[in-house]
Design a protein around this ligand. Sequence first.
Ligand code: SF4
Ligand SMILES: [Zn+2]
Ligand SMILES: [Zn+2]
Length: 379
Amino acid sequence: MSYTPPTDPTNKQPVKLSQLCEICHSRKAIIRRPKNLQKICKLCFYHVFETEIHNTIVSTKLFYPGETVAVGASGGKDSTVLAYIMKLLNERHHYGINIVLLSVDEGIVGYRDDSLATVKRNQKQYNLPLEIVSYKELYNWTMDEIVEIVGIRNSCTYCGVLRRQALDRGANKLGIKHVVTGHNADDMAETVLMNILRGDVARLEKSTAILTESNGSPIKRSKPFKYMYQKEIVLYAHYKKLDYFSTECTYAPEAFRGTAREYMKNLEAIRPSCIIDIIHSGENLVLKPKQAKKKTTVKKSTANKNKIQNENTEDNKQVFVDGNRCERCGYLSSNKICKACILLEGLEMNRPKVNVSNAHEDSEDGAAKNLRTLERLHF
Ligand code: SF4
Ligand SMILES: [Zn+2]
Ligand SMILES: [Zn+2]
C-alpha cells in the first residue's frame, strides 16, 4: 500500500504506510529514536528533542528572567548542542536570559587547542560572548605537565578538580552565578552506577540533581541535558550540521568510568530505556538519615565530654563555613585549603624530581597520598 503525504507536497515519492513517521503520520520516518525506538521524521525529531529540553528547563524553574548564564563550552558535541539549544530556546520561549560561552584551556596539546578553535568559531556562529580561562594562567601548570608527573591513570582526577575551580573562577570573574554544562543522561546514569558500585552514598544522593550548589561557592551548576540521550545529541548535531569537535581527549577516561560506560552501553543495547530508568531510580532513592557522630559517648563522663568537645573544635577548624577562603590561593572554599591547592602542592613537591630516573615511582606515591588527603576532606 502507498501513501502520498498531504503535508509534504514537495515529496512526490509515494511513502509506504509502514515508513511513515509515528508522530506526524505524514512524512517519511528516517530516524529510529534511540530513547524509545520510535520511528520518526527529521522535523518531528527536532521538535521532540527541543521540547523535552524546554520542558526540563521550565519544570525545574532552572532560569529566571534577567539571569546571566555561562555555558561551559568545550567545542565537543554536548556543549556545542547545548549552546545552540540554549540560544534557540531563549529566543523561542523568551526566557530573558543572557548567555555567555565559558571555556577552560587545560593545556592538552593536540586536543584542547583544536577544540578551542571550534569554540571560537561557535562564538561567531551563535554571536555569543566568549571567555577562556587556562590552567597555565590559574595554576601555572598545563595538563600535559601534570600528566608527566602523575601519569595518565590519575589525569582525570586532577583535571576534574582543577576544571571545576577554573569554571568557577571564570564565572566569578564575569560576575556570573550560574554555569550550565552539557552532561547528558548517559553521563548521569554512569555516575549513579559508579556511586552504587563504590558505595559512595554522599555522592549518590547528589548525582541525579539537575542543579547543584557546593559549600563555599556562590556559583551553581546545572545540567539541562540530564534526560537527553547521548545518541540523540549526536543525531541532532549531525542533522543540524553543527560545527563541533569530535576527537577524544588524549588522556582516556579513568578505567573505572570507562568500564561503567561500557557496561551501560551493553545494557542499553538490550533495553534502551535503562539509561532513563537508572536516573529515575537514583532520583527516587531514599537514603537513611545520617547518624549523629559521637553523641552516645558524650554522656559517659565529664572528662570524655571535654575530650569530645576538643575533638569537635579540632574538626571545626577543618570545616569552614560558606564564604570562607582558601588559605593558599584566596579563592572561596569550604575547607581551610581548597582541593586544587592540595593537588598543586603535591605537584610542586614532585616538580624537581621529574628529571631523575625514579621520578615516576615517587610521583605515583605523591599522587596516591594527595588523593587520600582529598578523600578525607569534607566537601
Ligand atoms: S578526559 Fe580527563 S584529562 Fe581529558 S579533558 Fe577530560 S577530565 Fe581532563
Ligand atoms: Zn514526523
Ligand atoms: Zn586554594
